[in-house]
Ligand binder design. Structure first.
Ligand SMILES: NC(=O)C1=CN([C@@H]2O[C@H](COP(=O)(O)OP(=O)(O)OC[C@H]3O[C@@H](n4cnc5c(N)ncnc54)[C@H](O)[C@@H]3O)[C@@H](O)[C@H]2O)C=CC1
Ligand SMILES: O=C([O-])CC(=O)C(=O)O
Length: 323
């Protein structure tokens, strides 16, 4: 199988590609990025990393030959071959974050340029048939929306990634409840950003319902909003939360390649809405069931009044910045 990583020369793109190559050694990966020297160097290094597996120190049992790692320059007549070979696409293509945008709200600093990149990529994508696409580039909900509009592909082909927030929330709830992070369940709807909506009414630890006061909910929300900016502040503008994001995006791609998710185990991702939750002309995170083409179904959960208001506020914020 084949994955195309658009923006594959950057921090998140290459971390996602590396995680995929480790998890699925037989996968063919194409890195598309205009920084061709950097991308070629990453491809060489990644290919060398696969060669450990052919010696005694590597994997004990090999089911597949190592996949190929190739590169393409998307700004130089990229052609359709890379897209047509892909079973899934990941978009991390982005303007670099500037040094003065390291604080909360920094995702919106790249909005204007990233919408232009999305419009260009959409034109490229649209000349090929639909392929399930995971959008990580920020602001991921707006970029998903623009890419969908420009591509002419069905809305079900696109999911905007915001699962790093869900992982951060699990970490914080585990700390507060003494549960293990993998025993925590608390999905997040809405924006990838300030207007995220943790669905506390569905939160559980080891299957038992969790309940938090409104002060606790606010403190938890503040942690999840702030922590990626603490990471960026300490590591620098060109190194955001690569481990949680690379792993989350790779897991999501693996689920798509494996055929999707069970209806009883939906995942919250940004998808363009057409009346679901009473919202349209906007893309934000809602529970979806995945199949190998992307979104097979959008589930409409019962929400508390506070959660529903949160979702409407997220929709207003996203719509107003899309113009
Ligand atoms: N949704 C999420 O949870 C997260 C989103 N992000 C976002 O992901 C994006 C990527 O972050 P980093 O990898 O750290 O940035 P980066 O600056 O390291 O990499 C971006 C890459 O995109 C490339 N690029 C620019 N225009 C392109 C085009 N037209 N086609 C293909 N590639 C193009 C650049 O050459 C660069 O290599 C950013 O927008 C960042 O804010 C980062 C972490 C988490
Ligand atoms: O602002 C960023 O680039 C990082 C980001 O979205 C995250 O880690 O959730």
């Amino acid at each position: 199988m084949n994955v195309l990583v658009v923006g594959g020369g950057g921090t998140i793109g290459i971390t996602t590609a590396y995680t995929l190559a480790v998890d699925r050694p037989g996968l063919d990966i194409t890195l598309a990025d205009p920084r061709t020297e950097v991308t070629d160097a990453h491809a060489t290094d990644l290919r060398h990393s696969q060669c450990h597996a052919s010696h005694a120190i590597g994997r004990p049992a090999f089911e597949d030959r190592p996949g190929t790692i190739s590169t393409v320059d998307p700004t130089d007549e990229p052609g359709q071959a890379a897209l047509e070979a892909a079973d899934a696409v990941v978009v991390t293509a982005s303007e670099p974050r500037s040094m003065d945008n390291l604080k909360r709200g920094g995702r919106l600093a790249v909005l204007e340029r990233n919408l232009e990149i999305a419009a260009d990529l959409g034109e490229w994508f649209g000349a090929s048939g639909p392929t399930p696409t995971v959008v990580v580039a920020n602001p991921s909900d707006r970029v998903t929306h623009r890419l969908w509009e420009a591509s002419g592909w069905p809305r079900s082909s696109f999911v905007g990634y915001s699962l790093s927030e869900t992982a951060r929330l699990a970490d914080e709830l585990a700390r507060r409840t003494d549960a293990a992070p993998d025993e925590i369940y608390c999905p997040i709807l809405g924006e990838h950003g300030e207007h995220m909506v943790p669905v506390f009414s569905r939160a559980t630890a080891a299957g038992e319902a969790l309940s938090f006061s409104s002060g606790e909910r606010q403190a938890i929300l503040d942690y999840v909003r702030q922590v990626p900016y603490d990471v960026i502040d300490k590591r620098g503008a060109d190194d955001s939360s690569r481990w949680v994001t690379g792993r989350g995006a790779a897991l999501l791609v693996s689920r798509l390649l494996a055929g999707g998710t069970d209806r009883n185990d939906p995942v919250c991702l940004a998808t363009p809405l057409d009346g679901e939750y009473g919202l349209e002309d906007v893309t934000l995170s809602v529970p979806v069931v995945l199949d190998s083409d992307g979104v097979a179904e959008i589930l409409e959960w019962e929400l508390t009044d506070e959660e529903r208001r949160g979702l409407e506020d997220a929709a207003d914020a996203i719509r107003s910045s899309l113009g």
